[in-house]
Write a protein that binds this ligand. Structure first.
Ligand code: GTP
Ligand code: MG
Length: 463
């Protein structure tokens, strides 16, 4: 079914997580929700007041038997999350009771909501734009103080305001362009370059500024990923345990102890940092270990920071590091490499000789045995994740928005090129239109089912 065809349905779903709980909340919204709820909640008065809670017994509408003692909250049209008439039924948190209540609502004319359909309604009723819908998702998924703050600010419209500013500037420019076509001496249409290029440059600068916030926005939203990699037995698992202050990974003196990737989160300055302990890299015929090493390679790709761990006393460490870099780090990933020289307790006099600062940006010395070196390493991590998070900064954190904004950036770039080459005004207007379509897609002013699926199918049921 198309997204546009289904707004007339009355939809219902659990708004809280499934499973045993003190209470659960079931939400029902849409044009017929009042008559549907009344069939099972005869205690409701004739005149309902918005945002009021009513107490009574929810009954099966056919058998008239009591199902649960409930509290029903009513939200009138235009004053609910979705913008539609809505009821929230708070009942006891038993999966049996909640499924019975939902069953009754469906038998009375409701339909089970699809993933994200409540948020979709809020979008289609114009209560939020598409980028705000995405921030609802971020808010639900937020796992740290900063990620929830970021999502809340996006929901309040800080990012939408920036997108709308870009949209307005593009629309003004397009309008200006239409009337600012000059006749040259040869009676050929030309664009007044001097009037168009500066505002176009300004929009490009603003788009670029937003694009630059994506990495920090993404890290605040999803967390920062640190991979611990290196040869077997250098102490990667011991370091993981030291960093997360838990006996999380198995440590033994046997080479190849860790097979699977083991992850654990800690919070640093309100940002979630996930450490990944990996299988030691070496040539092996062992089937299980081989799979583990393949996973290590994938973890390196996905990490924000790669810590290559080695024995502090290893005299061949420099060669091994070069070998690691050339076989496992793509050129664009080399800036995310640091070295941890572990087991310094075994070699107090070890020097930094043999380590080229050019290969790794930082070198840390640790002893997982003596629990030393963690403070210096964590201070470094704090600097990496302590982004500018001032009151006024809007940050991009969704890949969809980033991709569309990159498209706008490229399209503005080619518009400017065409302008400088004095190409035909039709072409310039056409290129500018591409940017306008993309900014409309970000805000949800232009969409198709594919875009809707990409945004709303990520939601959990009931949201
Ligand atoms: N002296 C000393 N021993 C350490 C230190 N860190 C780890 N070890 C020892 O080194 C051995 C290997 O440690 P692990 O943490 O299992 O090493 P790993 O890199 O995870 O090894 P694999 O999982 O096999 O790749 C164990 O016997 C640890 O007790 C350290 O800082 N000092
Ligand atoms: Mg290990």
């Amino acid at each position: 079914m198309s997204y546009l065809d289904r707004d007339e349905d009355t939809i219902c779903a659990m708004a809280t997580a499934t499973g045993l709980a003190g209470i659960s909340v079931i939400r029902i919204c849409g044009p017929y929700c009042e008559s549907i709820v009344r069939k099972c909640c005869s205690f409701l008065p004739d005149q309902l007041e918005s945002h009021r809670v009513y107490y009574g017994w929810f009954k099966s509408h056919l058998e008239k038997e009591d199902i649960d003692e409930v509290l029903v909250t009513y939200f009138t049209e235009g004053r609910s999350f979705t913008g539609d008439h809505t009821f929230e039924i708070s009942c006891h948190g038993s999966p049996y009771i909640t499924s019975r209540i939902i069953q009754e609502l469906v038998q009375s004319g409701g339909r089970i909501a699809e993933k994200g359909e409540f948020t979709y309604r809020a979008f289609s009723n114009g209560r939020i734009d598409l980028s705000q819908a995405e921030s609802v998702l971020s808010l639900i998924e937020s796992h740290s103080k900063k990620s929830s703050q970021l999502a809340l600010r996006q929901l309040k419209g800080e990012l939408s305001y920036k997108f709308e500013d870009i949209e307005n500037r593009l629309l003004n420019l397009a309008a200006h362009l239409e009337v600012n076509i000059d006749y040259s001496e040869e009676e050929i249409l030309q664009v007044g370059k001097d009037k168009i290029a500066p505002p176009l440059e300004e929009i490009k600068k603003r788009v670029e500024g937003l694009l630059q916030t994506f990495n920090s926005g993404r890290i605040i939203k999803e967390g920062f990923f640190v991979a611990l990699v290196g040869a077997p037995n250098v102490g990667k698992s011991s370091l993981l345990n030291m960093f997360v202050e838990k006996d999380k990974a198995i440590v033994t003196e046997i080479e190849g102890t860790t097979r699977d990737v083991i992850e654990e989160k800690v919070m640093i300055d309100g940002v979630s940092i996930t450490f990944f302990d990996t299988a030691g890299l070496r040539i092996t015929e062992d089937k299980v270990e081989k799979i583990g090493i393949e996973k290590t390679v994938r973890t390196i790709e996905e990490a924000d920071l790669v810590c290559w761990v080695c024995d502090a006393w290893n005299l061949k460490a420099k060669e091994e590091l070069s070998e690691f870099v050339s076989s496992h780090l793509k050129a664009q990933n080399r800036s995310k490499l640091v070295v941890i020289r572990n087991k310094i307790d075994l070699n107090e006099t070890s020097s930094d000789d043999g380590f080229d600062q050019g290969i790794a940006s930082h070198i840390f010395k640790t002893s997982a045995k003596l629990n030393t070196g963690k403070i210096e390493f964590f201070d470094f991590l704090k600097d990496l994740v302590s982004f500018e998070f001032s009151e006024n900064s809007a940050q991009l954190s969704h890949l969809r928005q980033f991709e569309l904004l990159s498209k706008i950036y490229n399209s503005l770039d080619s518009t400017l090129n065409s302008l400088h080459k004095e190409l035909s005004p039709e072409l310039i207007i056409f290129e500018l239109q591409e940017s306008i379509v993309a900014i409309h897609e970000i805000l949800g002013k232009e969409f198709d089912d594919q875009v809707m699926d990409r945004v709303f199918k990520q939601f959990c049921l009931g949201k």
